[in-house]
Design a protein around this ligand. Structure first.
Ligand code: 2HA
Ligand code: ZN
Length: 286
């Protein structure tokens, strides 16, 4: 290999972008992806870094546990559909400083530009996911998943209600996301409020719905993060079709609480008890 684009991490990053685009989740510049590189990734890529790195850019957020890490990031305003066509202009590798409060570009975005507008949100959430998963989680992925967005506009803003609807609509959902999904109310994209609200969710969930906007997920690798996004979006599609087919009334035949418990036992996963025991008049699936 004589090019950074052939490295394992770059290859996997670009593949995820293509898979998301194939699903129709990345209109225009919608969505973004960050990956915290392993030491091996950095060693593999380092020879291709710019001879002179960019200037340090101070962020309005900081995270000590991300000091000296390297991230592959999407560029602000860049289209995920262009990542595989011209990666060097659509994505970058950034290095974080010793204090964990500034980044500099060491590769990519060759025609100028900066990391995604959601970088502070990704950065803070990367920090939380690194801490709560003991360093296991490395990928944070945001996409404009249409069925999740549609459901978020008809359901109450509630993590428990949203999760119950997904779990009860498709059998393997509760195995793929036994912790459930968090729901963040509508907020301005790219701002510090949405960053903080998402951080609160990422302490306990590995996925957060952004109301009227999309979905934000975290995972240890690209396949697991993409698979989580895909599973949630597909369950939302099933739920939305079923709801529409009944003219907005609750479907007749969804998975019962007992059956959810049985699935948990059969697959050896611990389902979130707060979601399992949730009762509310606003919840069609309780
Ligand atoms: O990067 O999706 O939320 C574009 C977005 C912002
Ligand atoms: Zn978005």
């Amino acid at each position: 290999m004589n090019n950074i684009l052939g490295t394992k991490c770059m290859d996997a990053y670009i593949r995820l972008c293509n898979r998301g685009v194939e699903q129709g989740w990345h209109e225009r510049n919608g969505g973004n992806l960050t990956y915290r590189m392993t030491e091996e990734d950095v060693l593999e890529c380092k020879g291709y870094f710019n001879a002179v790195p960019g200037e340090w850019v101070k962020m309005n957020v900081s995270a000590e546990n991300l000091a000296n890490e390297y991230f592959i990031v999407t560029g602000s305003g860049k289209f995920l559909s262009n990542v595989s066509l011209e990666p060097q202009n659509a994505i970058a590798i950034v290095e974080i400083n010793d204090a964990g409060d500034s980044y500099r570009i060491v590769w990519g975005l060759t025609d100028g530009g900066k990391p995604t507008s959601e970088f502070p949100t990704h950065f803070m959430n990367q920090s939380i996911r690194k801490r709560v998963t003991n360093g296991e989680n490395r990928v944070i992925y945001h996409a404009h998943t249409p069925n999740v967005i549609a459901l978020s506009s008809v359901l109450p803003v509630s993590s428990e209600i949203f999760t119950r609807m997904l779990w009860k609509s498709a059998t393997e959902c509760c195995v793929v996301f036994p912790g459930g999904v968090g729901v963040v109310p509508w907020m301005i994209p790219g701002g510090s409020d949405i960053a903080l609200a998402t951080c609160a969710m990422m302490e306990k969930y590995d996925a957060a719905v952004w109301t009227n906007h999309g979905l934000f997920v975290s995972g240890p690798d690209f396949d697991i993060a993409f698979g989580l996004m895909h599973t949630i979006e597909k369950a939302a599609e099933v739920a939305a079709i079923a709801l529409a087919a009944r003219g907005g009334k609750a479907p007749l035949n969804v998975i019962s609480d007992d059956s959810l418990r049985q699935i948990g036992e059969a697959f050896g996963v611990k389902l979130n008890e707060d979601v399992l025991n949730f009762k509310s008049e606003d919840c069609m699936y309780c």
